[in-house]
Ligand binder design. Structure first.
Ligand code: 5GP
Length: 211
């Protein structure tokens, strides 16, 4: 029953170094009923492994610039100084319409912008257990050149150094099962805060009738 006091769905930001396993943990969060993904636009080329499935909306530089000019992005950034990535506002609108919690997998620059615009959003940072583990995962993926791996490792260091500024939670991805449970637990706990349960409490009190 609508009481007119419901609060907007959660906006969950998930970031972490490339190779930290954040996409897997985002999938774990999306397994929770009541969640929906934000699909980013990017100007980078589609990877062979991305032939099927959602991942991204791949657009040209001109299309991206036109979207920026029309104010269609909640946030956008140039990542690794090469390609543009952005979160279309339409996913936020969709989340508010459907009541589903929105999950954004974006970098630290994007997280800073979303936190600025939506201070109530919640940001989760995924940490690798070690630099070696991160490098190993990047190499095992076999999708990047040595130069690209070096660039990603340097960006990772900077992001880890700055993460406390914007992030509310931190999950260390040493064991993916455990990290997945932790990521889901964060979302479940956020749904149980007193502020989010207010409508339920009001309904419950109303069901007792007048004092
Ligand atoms: P990749 O090219 O490996 O898929 O992603 C590179 C980086 O871009 C990752 O850190 C990813 O989280 C980030 N990213 C993906 N989508 C967005 C977005 O919409 N906005 C921002 N700011 N970063 C994004």
């Amino acid at each position: 029953m609508s009481t007119g006091t419901e609060i907007a769905p959660l906006v969950l930001i998930v970031s972490g170094p490339s190779g930290s396993g954040k996409s897997t943990l985002v999938q774990k969060i999306l397994e929770l009923p009541g969640t929906m993904p934000s699909i980013s636009c990017t100007t980078r080329a589609r990877r062979a492994t991305e032939a099927t499935g959602k991942c991204y909306d791949f657009v040209t530089e001109a299309e991206f610039d036109a979207m920026v000019a029309r104010g269609e992005f909640l946030e956008y950034a140039r990542v690794f100084g090469k390609h543009s990535y952005g979160t279309p506002k339409k996913w936020l609108e969709e989340s508010r319409k459907t009541g589903l919690d929105l999950v954004l997998e974006i970098d630290v620059q994007g997280a800073a912008q979303v936190k600025e615009k939506l201070p109530e959003s919640v940001a989760i940072f995924i940490l690798p257990p070690s630099r070696e583990a991160l490098e190993q995962r990047l190499r095992r993926r076999g999708q990047d050149s040595d130069e690209e791996i070096a660039r990603r490792l340097a960006k990772s260091r900077d992001e880890i150094a700055a993460f406390e500024k914007y992030y509310d939670f931190c999950v260390v991805n040493e064991d993916v099962e455990r990290a997945g449970r932790e990521a889901q637990a964060i979302v479940i706990a956020l749904r149980c805060t007193s502020a989010r349960r207010r409508a339920t409490v009001e309904n419950l009190l109303a069901s007792f009738g007048r004092e």
